[in-house]
Ligand binder design. Structure first.
Ligand SMILES: NC(=O)c1ccc[n+]([C@@H]2O[C@H](COP(=O)([O-])OP(=O)(O)OC[C@H]3O[C@@H](n4cnc5c(N)ncnc54)[C@H](O)[C@@H]3O)[C@@H](O)[C@H]2O)c1
Length: 339
């Protein structure tokens, strides 16, 4: 089986590449290396079943050729992260909407199975706990750039479901806060990346607000298991799935856990949101997935505990010289925890 993985040099995409190769498949990774890194996949570059295509998903003819030559496509390429979404919303919208349509149109033309990466961000400011796939979405105004990411992912979902209605075998996965080795040091998945960096550098571990906001963090290997299931379970076609753990933790507890697990002497300090994001900050207090559908249809059950996952992440960060630039340098008021 030959799989196309768009965004295959990215954080989650590269782990999916590892898993597909490990199960004996052929993998073509398509990535423009904008936020992806060659180091994430360089261990495969001479693998006979692996090929890297350094091109953009906006190149419709190339996408068409690649999809036609593969049996299935896992579409993870996207403009992600605060820097890209807030600083260049136009680029983000074009990549996420046009790029995804290119992938879906090609999959439809050649009747290839498609799995589309979406995000818990589509729920926006919804206060429902837990969040179910068919719940209403609550988004802020279009004048706040942050919401363009949620909107672009929601349009991707509409595209996918519209193609599904025409017979395309496609599934949509809404990822909830993923972390693990190869995590981005300064953008996406920032809370864990930032805490680990601060802990390893002996800097204060800065928690925003009162630290009582909660999140559910999912280890990347679990996400990959969900992706593989979505790519192979026929009952997944035409459906949207929450993918994540339901283990909720406050950000303050997380900070202390990172400190303990890394053996750091850093202090944990509370910082007002405004100091970091400016006055117009809006936080989502809780974002907990209802994963019943993923469990029942995909057999999805996260296996890696937060403690174990954090240990593995911290080890990786230590071994990979995790001393990135200050994330605060690129944040603006709208840059609110894009997951
Ligand atoms: N990490 C998370 O917690 C999380 C949460 C929700 C959703 N997601 C979604 O999961 C997917 C993967 O995210 P990630 O965390 O691995 O981020 P990532 O930035 O590591 O991965 C995105 C990849 O897409 C590539 N890319 C960007 N624009 C491209 C283009 N025009 N053509 C080809 N490649 C392009 C990047 O170089 C990168 O390798 C994305 O669709 C993202 O929206 C991730």
């Amino acid at each position: 089986m030959r799989n196309l993985v768009t965004g295959g040099a990215g954080f989650i995409g590269s782990h999916l590449v590892d898993a597909l190769l490990a199960r004996g498949d052929e993998v073509w990774a398509m990535d423009n290396l904008s936020t992806g890194r060659i180091e994430n996949i360089d261990h495969h570059l001479s693998h006979p079943r692996f090929k890297l295509i350094t091109d953009s998903i906006l190149d419709r003819p190339v996408v068409g050729e690649m999809v036609a030559a593969c049996d299935a496509v896992y579409h993870l390429a996207a403009a992600v992260g605060v820097r890209y979404i807030v600083n260049d919303p136009l680029r983000g919208i074009i990549i996420n909407v046009q790029g995804t349509e290119n992938v879906l149109a090609a999959a439809y033309a050649h009747r290839r199975k498609a799995v589309i990466a979406s995000s818990s961000e589509v729920y926006g400011k919804s206060t429902r706990v837990p969040l179910r796939e068919d719940d209403d979405r609550v988004l802020g105004p279009t004048t706040i750039n942050r919401w363009s990411y949620a909107s672009s992912k929601a349009i991707d979902e509409h595209f996918a479901l519209a193609y599904a209605a025409k017979g395309l075998p496609v599934s949509v996965l809404r990822f909830f806060n993923c972390y693990g080795p190869r995590i981005h040091s300064n953008g996406y998945g920032t809370v864990i990346a930032r805490f680990v960096r601060q802990a390893l550098n002996g800097e204060p571990i800065t928690v925003h607000g009162d630290g009582r906001q909660t999140r559910c963090f999912t280890f990347v290997a679990d996400m990959v298991r969900g992706l593989l299931a979505a790519g192979s379970v026929p009952g997944a076609h035409g459906r949207v799935f929450n993918l994540g753990t339901t283990h909720e933790i406050t950000v303050l507890e997380l900070a202390h856990l990172v400190k303990t697990l890394s053996g750091s002497t850093s202090e944990v300090t509370l910082v007002p949101y405004e100091d970091y994001y400016g006055q117009s900050y809006e936080d989502t207090r809780r974002r907990v997935p209802d994963t019943t559908r993923a469990r029942e249809v995909l057999g999805f059950l996260p296996r890696v505990s937060l403690e174990d996952g954090l240990r593995r992440t911290i080890t990786w960060c230590r071994e990979h010289d995790f001393v990135p630039q200050a994330a605060s340098a690129v944040l603006t008021p709208e840059a609110i925890s894009v997951p």
